[in-house]
Every structure is written in structure tokens, then in C-alpha cells.
Design a protein around this ligand. Structure first.
Ligand SMILES: CC(C)(COP(=O)(O)OP(=O)(O)OC[C@H]1O[C@@H](n2cnc3c(N)ncnc32)[C@H](O)[C@@H]1O)[C@@H](O)C(=O)NCCC(=O)NCCS
Ligand SMILES: Nc1ncnc2c1ncn2[C@@H]1O[C@H](COP(=O)(O)OP(=O)(O)OP(=O)(O)O)[C@@H](O)[C@H]1O
Length: 200
């Protein structure tokens, strides 16, 4: 099994890099998207979140409202810790199951890789990095104000630290061509590493 984590700060460019790896032929997954699927009506998490927070986290259509959940957990560390505690084991298991059948490797975007202590599950790790000014410009385009950006960023390790702890790094505040070239190079290196590990 070869599982490659693509990590980095919020808005660093993980999804964009993952799309480039997919173009190279990789099988890809995104932990944020997997979490969103785990929240669908009928799931045990849907029920657990309503039991804890009541109707205020429900939309009119009966879906869990992510903005409402974000408002609760990013203003109260105890609630964030509770949510992480119920969500992370489930998403970790899902990713492990997907990686077990992926060939030659699964590349998975995992924003909280180091914060959650999952790095030991990984064959290798790739950090996506951009400078903090670019990061905030990108996040403001999502309609997030300074408060929303700061409270999310403050729940994570810095992008510098994520880069320092990773096997490979990709800088995303550059031209699209240069970003694509970096992704191709890292993809080749990761596959060479995978072959070397399997032949060892
Ligand atoms: C709080 C929620 C409902 C907000 O949903 P929303 O659609 O606004 O954001 P989305 O899920 O797309 O995440 C965007 C980014 O926020 C950051 N973020 C999300 N959850 C967390 C968290 N628990 N701690 C710190 N940062 C987080 C990540 O950088 C992520 O890439 C959602 O992020 C969530 O359920 N988080 C808890 C699960 C989790 O830790 N997910 C991260 C992947 S393991
Ligand atoms: N080289 C680049 N040039 C211009 N824009 C870029 C570049 N790389 C990424 N972006 C833009 O930056 C924004 C954030 O990128 P992306 O959504 O991939 O980040 P992310 O790390 O997945 O974010 P999050 O963790 O918050 O979901 C996107 O709008 C993307 O198009």
C-alpha cells in the first residue's frame, strides 16, 4: 500500500496540486470532501452532531449546516476537540481503506495531517506552501473576513512547519506552468520512491 499525503495550510493550494497529480495519472482523494460525505443525512455522524448541538446545525432541507458547525467549533476549543475526536478516526479509516486498493498509490489531501498525528500512516508527505499574504488574498476571495481566516489558521500548524516536516515541498504562489512542472517532478519522485520501497 502506498499512501501519499498532500498537506499544507488553508488555501495553500492542496486541491489544485491534487488536480495536477490526477492529471499525471494518480488516484486521488480529499479528506475535506470525505468528511462532508460522512455528514450526509442517515449517517451516524449526522445523528451525533444533532444530538450534541441540536436543530441549530440543521438546514431547512435537513442537511448539516457546515457554516453553523464552523461557527460553533471555531469559537470554542472544547467543541472543536469533540468534533475532531468523532470525525478523525472515521476519515482516517476511510482513507486507509481507499489506499489499500489504490494502485500504484493514493494521493490524499489531508490538511490536518501533522496536527492529527497521522504522518506515521503515510508512505511519504508533500507540503504545499504559499506566502501568508497570498494565503489571505485567496481566502478573502471565498468571502471569509479577517476573523474567519485568523480563527481557522490559528487552529493549525504554520505552513512553514508543515513544509519543514514533509518529504517534498511545492510552492504554489507561482505561475500555473511552474506549479504544474513542480507537481510532475514530485509525482515522478514519489513513484520512484514507491518502486524502491517495494523492491527493497
Ligand atoms: C468545521 C467544518 C464543518 C467547516 O466546513 P467548511 O465547508 O467551512 O470547510 P471545509 O470542510 O471545506 O474545510 C476547509 C479548511 O478548514 C480547515 N479545517 C477544517 N476542519 C478543521 C479543524 N478541525 N481544525 C483546523 N482546521 C480545520 C482545513 O484547512 C480545511 O481544509 C468542517 O471543516 C469540519 O467538519 N471539520 C472537522 C473535520 C476536520 O478536521 N476536517 C479536516 C480534514 S481531516
Ligand atoms: N499558482 C497559482 N496561481 C494562481 N492561483 C492559484 C495558484 N495555485 C492555487 N491558486 C488558487 O488558490 C486558491 C486556493 O487553492 P486550493 O483551493 O487548491 O487550496 P486548498 O489548500 O485546497 O484550500 P483549502 O484547504 O482551504 O480547501 C484557488 O482559488 C486556486 O485556484
Amino acid at each position: 500500500m502506498m499512501l501519499v499525503a498532500v498537506t499544507g495550510g488553508i488555501g495553500a493550494g492542496k486541491t489544485t496540486v491534487l488536480e495536477q497529480f490526477a492529471r499525471c495519472g494518480a488516484q486521488v482523494a480529499d479528506a475535506d470532501a470525505l468528511v462532508h460525505r460522512l455528514y450526509e443525512p442517515g449517517s451516524d455522524l449526522h445523528a451525533a452532531l444533532i444530538e450534541r448541538w441540536g436543530e441549530r446545525v440543521l438546514s431547512a432541507a435537513g442537511q448539516l449546516s457546515r457554516p453553523a458547525i464552523a461557527e460553533i467549533v471555531f469559537s470554542d476549543p472544547a467543541e472543536l476537540q469533540w468534533l475532531n475526536g468523532v470525525v478523525h478516526p472515521r476519515v482516517r479509516q476511510l482513507i486507509t481503506d481507499m489506499a489499500a486498493v489504490a494502485r500504484p498509490a493514493l494521493f490524499c489531501a489531508i490538511p490536518l495531517l501533522f496536527e492529527s498525528g497521522w504522518e506515521s500512516d503515510m508512505s511519504c508527505t508533500v507540503a504545499v506552501w504559499c506566502d501568508p499574504v497570498t494565503q489571505r488574498q485567496r481566502l478573502s476571495r471565498r468571502g471569509w473576513d479577517e476573523r474567519e481566516m485568523t480563527r481557522r489558521i490559528s487552529q493549525q500548524l504554520s505552513m512553514d512547519e508543515k513544509l519543514r516536516r514533509s518529504d517534498y515541498g511545492i510552492v504554489s504562489n507561482c505561475s500555473w506552468d511552474l506549479l504544474a512542472e513542480q507537481c510532475q517532478l514530485v509525482y515522478q519522485r514519489v513513484l520512484e520512491r514507491s518502486c524502491a520501497q517495494q523492491n527493497a
